[in-house]
Each structure stands twice: as structure tokens, then as C-alpha cells.
Write a protein of this length. Structure first.
Length: 276
């Protein structure tokens, strides 16, 4: 990750002119500005692990998981290996902050230039309350009604609305709130008309801020855990969370869901799906 980004992602003196910081710095900056403590983010992460464990134990992903087989046809992998179901707030509390070193090498100065009200960044994110970078893949088949009829495929849902935006590249990870509001406006809907929400768990503070600003209860978002527990395969996560939330809509006999991603460099994207 970041291999071909050049000096922008590695050298604060290059990043300073447009206030770029790495994502982990942005996550800690969100926690600082919103007042989230280490216990807050660790509690969210522990709950993600608990929900993922329940979902796997109950087979909630079985409809969408495709096993990996070897050349002999034997299954070599059929579950997410990143999960740590025994995780507790106490065990997470033993981990060291992951991004304090980045701040010390100069990106902390970049933050203070952009947010002069921040004297010190509260470094609360660790490997345990951030998404893991893992291998994975996902696919969603998207087509119009004519294509479905021609191929004899029965649609499961339709795209009600979608939106993508850019925000800003220092805090970087706040776009989900604004892009959710844009997708709702595009659909002529309000947040209370969304049954389930699925926001990629890039960092715990991202989801905590989203729930707070959108006034969404935790029992309506990421109900089967997320990337903190199962990992974040870059490029595949969008397909995965869309499939996950569609499966859950069907399991609960609900109708609408919104999927969201915060994206590097301050972007955000969202889609509202509706069962058919």
C-alpha cells in the first residue's frame, strides 16, 4: 500500500504544501477533534470482532463465500483468517499506538498547519482497532433489466442512488458523512428510511464519527462486524460490503441499505440499494 505514491506519502516536506497526511494520522485526528478515547475505539473494535464471530458461527456469509481450492479440487481456504474472536478491550489496550511515529517524523507538523487548534494528536489507533491489509477478492454482477431478461437472471436488488465526493486530504476520512447525505438527497430519502448501513471499518474513529453525525444506532450499522475483524483487501472491499449487506437484508427481510467507503486522499463513495 502506497508503494507507487512517491515522496507524497513518505516525505512531510513534500506533503506540506497541500496538507496531505497518511490515513492513520487522519484517523487519530478524528479521534482528537471528536474526543474519542482509547477505550472508545477499542470498545468498538472488540464489538466488531464479536459480531464477526457470531456471523461466521451462524453461517451468515455462507451464501457469498467462494472457497479457494487447489489444483486437486481440495479446499485450502474457506474463511477469513484475520479474525480474532477472543479479542477484548483489555487485550486491545496492551497494543501500542501505530501512527505516533509518522506524526513525529513530520506529519504532526502538517496537521498543526492545517488544524492550528490541535496542540497534540491523541494517538489512539493501533493494529487492533484499524483495518488489516489482507488478500481477498469480490465480485458484484450489475446490469440493467434487459440484460437480466436476456440471460435469465433474477435480480436481487436495484441501485436506488449513488454518489462520490472529495473532501480534504489532511483529516482524509470524514467524507462518509457528506457522501451519505448526498446519496440520500439524490434518492429523495432520509436516513431513517435506510434499514441497514455498511461502512468500511477503515479505523474505529471513522465509524464512531459517522454514527454520531448521522444519528445512527450501532445496531443498524456493520451488524456482522467489518474490516477491523476480517480485514480490508484494497479494491475488493466495496464488492464485499455490498454483498454482505444484501445478504443481511434478505436474512432479516428488510428492504434498503447504504454502503459507504472512505477513500484515500479524502474521497468518499456511497450507494443505496433496494431489494426487488
Amino acid at each position: 500500500m502506497g508503494y507507487d505514491s512517491g515522496a507524497w506519502a513518505a516525505d512531510p516536506s513534500v506533503a506540506l504544501h497541500n496538507y496531505y497526511t497518511p490515513q492513520g494520522i487522519g484517523a487519530d485526528l478524528i479521534a482528537t477533534l471528536e474526543g474519542y478515547s482509547r477505550t472508545d475505539v477499542d470498545s468498538y473494535a472488540a464489538e466488531s470482532q464479536r459480531r464477526a464471530a457470531v456471523a461466521w458461527d451462524e453461517g451468515r456469509f455462507s451464501r457469498s463465500i467462494v472457497p479457494v481450492r487447489d489444483v486437486m479440487g481440495e479446499i485450502v481456504l474457506d474463511n477469513d483468517e484475520f479474525r480474532r474472536p477472543s479479542t477484548t478491550v483489555e487485550s486491545l489496550g496492551a497494543l501500542k499506538p501505530a501512527f505516533a511515529g509518522m506524526a513525529a517524523m513530520g506529519f504532526g507538523r502538517v496537521v498543526r498547519e492545517r488544524y492550528p487548534q490541535v496542540e497534540e494528536i491523541n494517538h489512539v489507533h493501533t493494529g487492533g482497532n484499524s483495518s488489516g491489509i489482507v488478500d481477498g477478492s469480490g465480485v458484484v454482477l450489475l446490469g440493467n433489466a434487459e440484460f437480466g431478461k436476456a440471460t435469465g437472471l433474477k435480480p436481487r436488488a436495484r441501485m436506488r442512488s449513488w454518489a462520490s465526493i472529495g473532501s480534504e486530504q489532511t483529516i482524509m476520512l470524514t467524507a462518509p458523512v457528506a457522501v451519505a447525505q448526498k446519496a440520500l438527497r439524490n434518492a429523495g430519502m432520509t436516513a431513517d428510511q435506510i434499514d441497514l448501513w455498511e461502512l468500511n471499518e477503515a479505523f474505529a474513529s471513522v465509524v464512531l464519527r459517522f454514527m454520531s453525525h448521522m444519528e445512527i444506532e450501532h445496531d443498524r450499522i456493520n451488524v456482522n462486524g467489518g474490516a477491523i475483524a476480517m480485514g480490508h483487501p484494497l479494491g475488493a472491499t466495496g464488492a464485499m460490503i455490498l454483498g454482505t449487506v444484501l445478504d443481511e437484508l434478505e436474512r432479516r427481510d428488510l428492504n434498503t441499505a447504504m454502503t459507504l467507503l472512505c477513500v484515500g486522499n479524502g474521497m468518499g463513495t456511497a450507494a443505496i440499494i433496494e431489494r426487488v
